[in-house]
Design a protein around this ligand. Structure first.
Ligand SMILES: NC(=O)c1ccc[n+]([C@@H]2O[C@H](COP(=O)([O-])OP(=O)(O)OC[C@H]3O[C@@H](n4cnc5c(N)ncnc54)[C@H](O)[C@@H]3O)[C@@H](O)[C@H]2O)c1
Length: 214
């Protein structure tokens, strides 16, 4: 049995948030190599330009947009612009994320005063929630609007092992933010339920054992 077109994404449009570097850039590269038209969203304008240069050199069809995923209006406008320009939106990779600040302990288990509950500022908490959790709502809602019309689409959210397992060396706000993102994005989770009957697949993924499809 052969599946020559299993990963063929020709004619598909994908958005990758946090696409200027790291995992997002690798994901964008893989999507583009398999034929997708890729839109990279990121805060880092210079990183976006470098990423676009690298992908275009490899023959990819790439668009870049400087977007703060925590700004819902900006996010919605940018998603709409990509979908309107392409005439479709097939894949959304909600991947942008930031660290949660210093952990409660170091890797060696030693206590770290900067990571204790009293040291976490409102601004730090709010920003981590805005980028790692609230943005997932804006991403899923704005992309689903276009995918519903097509009755097809794929939404993938990058979460973390820290979404379901305590990791003391990870900054405290990061864990509840990623747990919320995982619950919202996960198969059978709240976001997936809200999209039932629209022919879409929806999943939250992290590196190890949490990879589920609906
Ligand atoms: N690297 C890890 O060990 C690890 C582990 C678990 C989960 N993750 C998650 O994977 C995702 C990617 O992480 P990475 O390691 O590639 O990190 P990275 O820092 O290399 O990439 C994150 C990208 O997101 C962008 N970004 C940050 N805030 C943004 C915002 N408000 N709006 C738009 N873009 C923004 C950054 O500019 C950067 O290009 C994140 O969601 C992260 O939480 C990473």
């Amino acid at each position: 049995m052969s599946y020559p077109n299993l990963f063929d994404l020709s004619g598909k449009t994908a958005i990758v948030t946090g696409g200027a570097s790291g995992l997002g850039l690798s994901i964008a590269e893989a999507l583009a190599k398999n034929g997708a038209h890729v839109a990279l969203f990121d805060l880092d304008q210079h990183g976006l330009e470098e990423a676009a240069h690298r992908l275009r050199k490899a023959g990819a069809d790439v668009l870049i947009k400087t977007v703060d995923v925590a700004d819902r209006d900006q996010m919605r406008r940018s998603v709409n612009a990509v979908a309107d320009d392409s005439g479709r939106l097939d894949i959304a990779f909600g991947n942008a994320g930031i660290g949660g600040g210093p952990g409660f302990t170091g890797f060696d288990g030693s206590r770290n005063a900067d990571g204790e509950i009293g040291s976490i500022s409102d601004a730090q908490w709010d920003r981590v929630m805005a980028v790692n959790l609230n943005s997932v709502f804006a991403t899923i809602q704005s992309c689903a609007f276009h995918m519903k019309k097509q009755r097809a689409g794929r939404i993938i959210i990058t979460t973390s092992i820290a979404s379901f397992r305590n990791q003391n060396w990870v900054g405290v706000p990061y864990m509840p933010a990623k747990a919320g993102a995982a619950q919202f994005g996960e198969a059978g989770g709240s976001g997936a339920c809200a999209l039932q009957h629209h022919g879409k697949r929806h999943c939250a993924w992290c590196f190890r054992d949490k990879y589920r499809w609906r």
